[in-house]
Design a binder for this molecule. Structure first.
Ligand code: CA
Length: 249
């Protein structure tokens, strides 16, 4: 069997015992592990070591996990598995909205962590190699830069295409206006985040069945936008099926 190249995991965790245990176990599983004990060192290593995945503790000295996450997402798509001791639903939402890809609450089993790591690595490899994005009836060809909705050419402008691709590449994740501005318009762009809102409005007019009640591109108040093809497809099939009866209590 061909020996695959080792995945590099950056482990940012301030509890020494947990850091040591996880490092040993991850190495046992064939991963190359880089460890950091505080947020600043973690961000520095995220930049300098180009890990394939980051395990990030939420509560860290120096620079906390959420601030680190926000800084990281300005510059990198690396998958992040967030660890936290908090259990409330609100904290979970905050963690995911910061751009983390998945979330584990302490205490967790090693088996559960390994399963999440494998899933995240598989997903990011698929994303890196594919040349189309498809969800919610929309198909983006990343080579020819054509966008189709149910087989019809959407005729998106280059900026609309890039914006939609960025949202679809991170389906269901909330992307902030600042992040979208940086990713789609570039660091050197002097415009403000209203530029993003204007382009989202134009996109909605082209892709939403009811642009005033958008399903595919959702606004997350105070933060930014999220693409969800599953919600869009459900709403569309519910609307187009006259026999549809909502039986939810
Ligand atoms: Ca901690």
């Amino acid at each position: 069997m061909e020996q695959p190249e080792k995945h590099r995991i950056l482990l940012i965790e301030d509890e020494a015992d947990l850091r040591r245990t996880l490092k040993l176990n991850l190495k046992d599983q064939g991963y190359k592990v880089i460890a950091a004990a505080d947020g600043r060192d973690g961000l520095e290593k995220a930049r300098s070591k180009a890990p394939d995945l980051i395990i990030l503790d939420l509560m860290l000295p120096g620079l906390d996990g959420l601030s680190l996450m926000r800084a990281l997402r300005q510059e990198s798509d690396v998958p992040v598995l967030m660890l936290t001791a908090r259990t409330s639903e609100m904290d979970k939402i905050v963690g995911l909205e910061s751009g983390a890809d998945d979330y584990l609450t302490k205490p967790f089993s090693l088996g559960e962590m390994l399963a999440r790591i494998r899933a995240l690595l598989r997903r990011s490899e698929r994303t890196a190699t594919r040349d189309t994005l498809a969800s919610g009836g929309i198909r983006l060809d990343l080579v020819s830069l054509r966008a189709m909705l149910d087989g019809q050419d959407l005729r998106l402008s280059p900026k609309e295409f890039s914006l939609l691709a960025e949202l679809m590449r991170h389906e269901r994740a909330v992307l902030s206006r600042d992040l979208l501005l940086t990713r789609v318009w570039g660091y050197e762009y002097a415009g403000d985040t209203r530029t993003v809102d204007v382009h989202i409005r134009w996109l909605r007019e082209k892709i939403e069945s009811d642009p005033s009640n958008p399903q595919l591109i959702q606004t997350v108040r105070g933060i930014g936008y999220r693409f969800d093809g599953a919600v869009g497809a459900d709403a569309a099939s519910a609307a187009s099926d006259p026999g549809f009866v909502d039986t939810d209590e």
